[in-house]
Design a protein around this ligand. Structure first.
Ligand code: GCO
Length: 500
């Protein structure tokens, strides 16, 4: 049954706004409100326009790797429905759109000259955004490494760094005239540690030493790309998007505190320190000493490349994480935590740190605890420990148990509450001095959630997968209102307003 897309009138929204003005919480003028997606998660058309095969094509087509065996073959069909999606962005009213370029569309084998059809697609994306007054924010790498490069060893191999620098230069020369904001890598922790450590993501390898080597080469590739972008587009603003999370200890016992410190080293400092201070954390150098090839791949001069100055730091934040020392899970349970019954992954077992969760705590459909104050905590820490770099929240959002109601609408008050709470957390951090300049909702639309396939919905727009029909959810209207007002409205009224 085709769903009806409900349109709403901004005259009505305007009326609601003026009535609520006195209680609105304003954002600074020019705050960059946006929405984000990534190529493999939305585009589909994987064998169209000369695109090559990526590690995610291979991985998702390998039995048992994704929920339901889902793949990105069609995804949201964004490649073919570009204009419709650009119109949705215009209706949403966002000032910026963060998207990623699929490396195998540009270089089908990961090297050599650019595929003109691939570049043409992203030219249409960028021109379509600019025609609608939306700022393009381009991510070069959101995990879709060309398969031929993985066949030669992938990120644990140093040669992949030169390949990436070449790709970055190619895209920068082609699109530099129209794209001013560039993100080199999205969440290199996930590429290195889920890809080569736990094996939960493509290419599905489980090897701590390779995960460390992949970390270094990804960071080096980032540094080389910064240079490649700057030489093609001198005025470009360049950054990297790191997934960061405050790490807590289940109890104050010294072993739990030490486990949290190790986990923080792996999840946060292993990336922040080299990029922003030009050195690896000494405790991590020591911890991974016995894992070959590990840090043995580091060469003289690499850290200068990795720490080239950035115009902004992108942060993807979703949830805090608590850990217990692996020998203290019983005490963690006594302290009110749930301990996973499934086998813990290679990354955690190597760190001797078990991730635990507070009992009866609010969680999203990903099972992630909802705690906006943890975002303020993270931003405060960055401001204290790594000052002087402006911040863009390049991802934040929630997977909810959405469904289409009988009237054809999708009501998602939980997502609205999540976004509202986290935007308030951003404002709080700004008050304490944090230089956060923008915020991108993950995601514009429901999409391929990696190993979870289509089972998790993060979108402001519902995708009816059998027909690929788009239905803006209530959160879409709420965000549109927030962006237009450049302010947060009192949550309860804001939520209720859409149903009038
Ligand atoms: C990531 C990616 C996104 C995800 C989102 C929700 O963090 O995994 O950047 O591609 O879809 O974060 O998990």
């Amino acid at each position: 049954m085709p769903f009806r897309i409900r349109r709403h009138s901004y005259a009505e929204v305007g009326a609601t706004l003026s009535a609520l003005d006195s209680n609105a919480v304003p954002f600074p003028k020019g705050f960059l409100f946006g929405a984000a997606t990534a190529a493999y998660q939305v585009e589909g058309s994987v064998d169209v326009g000369g695109r090559g095969v990526s590690i995610w094509d291979t991985f998702s087509h390998t039995s048992g790797k994704t929920v339901n065996g889902d793949t990105g073959d069609i995804a949201c069909d964004h490649f073919l429905r570009l204009e419709e999606d650009l119109d949705l962005l215009a209706e949403l009213g966002v000032r910026a759109y963060r998207f990623s370029v699929s490396w195998p569309r540009i270089q089908p084998t990961g090297k050599g000259p650019a595929n003109p059809e691939g570049l043409d697609f992203y030219r249409r994306v960028v021109d379509g955004l600019r025609a609608r007054g939306i700022v393009p924010v381009l991510t070069l790498y959101h995990w879709d490494l060309p398969q031929p490069l993985q066949d030669e060893g992938g990120w644990p191999q140093r040669d992949t760094v030169s390949r990436f620098a070449e790709y970055a230069g190619t895209v920068a020369r082609a699109l530099g005239g129209t794209v001013g904001r560039w993100i080199t890598l999205n969440e290199p922790w996930c590429s290195a540690w889920l890809g080569y450590g736990s094996g939960h993501h493509a290419p599905g390898i489980r090897d701590i030493g390779k995960a460390v080597a992949a970390t270094h080469h990804l960071l080096l590739a980032h540094g080389e790309a910064v240079q490649a972008i700057r030489s093609a587009v001198p005025a470009a603003e360049v950054g990297i998007s790191l997934n960061l999370t405050p790490i807590r200890h289940a109890t104050d016992h010294e072993d739990d505190v030490a486990a949290a410190r190790r986990t923080d080293g792996n999840a946060n400092r292993l990336f922040l320190d080299p990029v922003l201070t030009g050195s690896y954390p000494p405790d991590m150098l020591e911890h991974y000493q016995g894992s070959a090839p590990g840090f043995a791949v580091v060469r003289d001069g690499d850290l200068e490349v990795i720490s080239r100055p950035l115009d902004f730091l992108g942060i993807n934040y979703y949830t805090p994480q608590t850990v217990a020392d692996e020998a203290r899970t019983a005490q963690a349970m006594v302290a009110g935590y749930c301990v996973p019954t499934a086998e813990i992954d290679l990354i955690s077992s190597d760190l001797h740190a078990v991730p635990v969760q507070r009992q009866a705590f609010r969680r999203t459909e990903m099972g992630w605890e909802v705690e906006p104050a943890a975002l303020t905590e993270l931003l405060d820490r960055l401001h204290q420990e790594y000052p002087h770099v402006p911040i863009l929240l390049t991802e934040n959002g929630a997977a909810c148990a959405d469904y289409v109601g009988q009237d054809g609408s999708v009501q998602d008050p939980e997502r609205i509450r999540y976004l509202d709470g986290h935007l308030r957390a951003v404002l709080q951090a700004r008050e304490a001095g944090s230089d956060v300049r923008g915020y991108f909702v993950w995601s514009l639309m429901d999409n391929f959630e990696w190993a979870y396939g289509y089972s998790k919905r993060f979108g402001l727009v519902w995708i009816d997968y059998p027909t690929r029909t788009r239905i803006p959810k209530d959160s879409f209207r709420w965000y549109a209102q927030t962006v237009r007002a450049n302010a947060l409205l009192p949550t309860v009224e804001a939520t209720a307003g859409f149903r009038a």
